[in-house]
Design a protein. Sequence first.
Lengths: 388, 514
Amino acid sequence: MQKAKELFLTNIRQYAMMVALVFIVLLFQYLTDGVLLRPLNLTNIIQQNSYILVLAIGMLLCILTGNIDLSVGSVAAFVGAVGATMMAVWKWPVIPSIFLCLLLGILIGCWHGFWISYFRIPAFIVTLAGMLCFRGLTLVMLKGQTIAPMPELFRQLSSDFIPDFLGAGGLNITALALVGAVLLAFAFFDLRDRTHKLAYGFDVLPLPLWMLKIILLGAVVMAFAHQLALHKGIPMVLLLLGFLVLVYSFITQKTVFGRHVYAFGGNEKAAKLSGIDTDRVFFLVYANMGLLAAVAGLVFAGRLNAASPKAGMNFELDAIAACFIGGASASGGIGTVAGAIIGGLIMGVLNNGMSIIGVSIDWQQVIKGLVLLGAVAFDVYTKNKAAK
Amino acid sequence: MAKTLLQMKEITKTFPGVRALSGVSLDVREGEIHALVGENGAGKSTLMNVLSGVYPAGSYEGEILFDDRPCAFHHIRDSEEVGIVIIHQELALVPYLSIAENVFLGNERARRGIIDWEETFSRTRELLLRVRLQENPATITKDLGVGKQQLVEIAKALSKKVRLLILDEPTAALNDEDSENLLQLLLELKGQGITSIIISHKLNEVERIADRITVIRDGAVIETLDNGERNVKEDRIIKGMVGREITDRFPPRPPAERAEVALEVEDWVVYDPLFLDRQKIRGVSFSVHKGEVVGIVGLMGAGRTELAMSLFGQSYGHRISGRMRLNGREVTLPSPKEAIRHGLAYLTEDRKSAGLILMDDVRHNISLASLGKLSNRQGVIDDNKEITVAEDLRHKLRIKTPTIFQKIGHLSGGNQQKAILARWIYADPDVLILDEPTRGIDVGAKYEIYGIINELVALRKAVILISSEMPEVLGMSDRIYVMNEGRFVGELSREEASQESIMRCIMQSNREVA
């Protein structure tokens, strides 16, 4: 019991944000007379925020090192512009173009990473320079014009839905089946992990509690899937996002590289003296950010069905805010992918909900700003309290 | 007899688990130079921190009288108010500000918040004249040498109407000429009626300029020697500093048998990474055998940590040259990663800033240097194995923590130290360099760490023990190298080694250099 309490206390920040998200959802569900969670709107929330969430995942790694990346909005715009030029103007085939765009993102990330890690120029400055450069290059690439439309296949991949193989109109059976399968897989792996832990003699959740956890989780997720199924099913973007969340959660929590990132942010000197190649870790984090910025750029271009010179404005700030709201520490070493996603969703639901009830854009900014400040103030407050 | 300016009565200061000062009384007469000597960790700096208000009134027991008035300082500002100024070993100047700005930092010559530069500069010029520093007050401080910076600090102290000047190791970082200047200046200031307390390891300087010498050992005053006639000799001071009985503070260990060499270093030369032409390690050669504890002793600034870190994957210094053989094979270790791979480990002296990931838990801090062992080829960590390993070491080393999932920042110093030791034990090195392994931890934990060292040696590991606490080195080492100013100036067997013989090695080499 003592242990459970301690676990709860150490994770209070994460739980608090989860609770805050649920609270905000319920609040706007009430304020919008139920519009918020309607099938169409739910789908919108996902699609509107997908690119910010993708960026937030990469940004979290940067923030774990105790830095930020200001260039991601411009990089996303630039990659979108290059992609649109390849596919829509030069009529290159879609799939190879996408790969080239991702490669371009990695190269841009390496460029930043090179200066940041091997020359130790502050990341703030390198990525500020990147922000200006790539915004400029976007304008050069597009000659100030918008390129549209994108090829059909690209649009389908980025902003369409998983086709309903199983159902026949109406409720999207494929969506339900897919989500159900994912849930079962999760339950299976979690149970296996539990058995392993038991074999090692570690403390685990008692079986009835474990079952309750799975059932509750299943109920919430299936209800969510049901709403999506009532509309057009699962957006491709959600599939991509789910994949990225899984992969990056795994990388940060389970791999040596992930541990190195946390150690780097927690105490670079100690990490180095423990045999960690800190320069390489730093470099890879920024190279990866470039890749995810490219992904976000493509997703955004797909959603707009165009590449515009103004694409990606302020994306970096939204992504950074998402991480901080989600419990990441500005000095590095603390934060999780799940937290960043929750932070991003809090911002997204606030945006969407306020728009529906007619709060103007200017006031939305004010409220989002206060939420960010409030979340971090809460963080600092609980930490100070824990220190005493 | 001159009147007494400062009286400290029965000062007792305890830190969690350690009694740093017990019933220390000190009185300083007006217009004298009073030297405070003792080994590292004897309590000199603690006493001065009590005096200057770094440790606020109430956090210690005892009484302080300055000018016959009782004082309760809560802040350095309070003590400066009455004219007590302390100049720390690490200078507190802002490198990118001018001399004048530094002199009046926190005490700006200003009217309604607007700085009066005329007055600032003219006052600074006067003060620089007093400390005989011929520099333009507008010179940027970082462009000055350490010696001149020291003088700027003194000018800063004089600007505050100082009555009692405390200097902590003022000549430790200075060359002979600068030291000489500084000592002359102190004598001059004494002529102007300024009283000073000087903390120093350089006993030859102490015997020359101090009027009285107080010896502190283990947090207590041993004696105060009157040096009015300049007749107190170094040997007499050393006797006071080290005259301690060593009984059973170290777990017994059978003497090392001669075994093959684990680490051999030849002509190791390292340059300072900041002052590029300054040699920090000047051609050191030594060897360590398997199953042996080799101690390296020296005063602060001798270069022990620099030597250790430069050996450990060139973590310190630049233009490193020399040869290094591990288990008979010549190696070059360009990074800590390579050093660890070749079986070398280095336990840092600076636990908080270079050892621990404070925000992370005990388990992750233990596994940090050996994640390769806990993961598969794809770099995926086996959590369960990690937990098992951490639990195992926690039991073996008796790390006191509720669980291995506890944040390491919440543990006591001794347990943090054991956790880092666990990290290196799990890395399974052949040679372990332990840099101040018992710094700032209580006696019980110290004893346990000595026990762990003995167990490592029994497993045929080679241990290099660097410590400022001479009794510790004497009690634990099979062989001792004495280091001074970047050189090894003596090698002593267990039988030959004593605090006196070590001090003599150091003093002798100082004299040779001078």
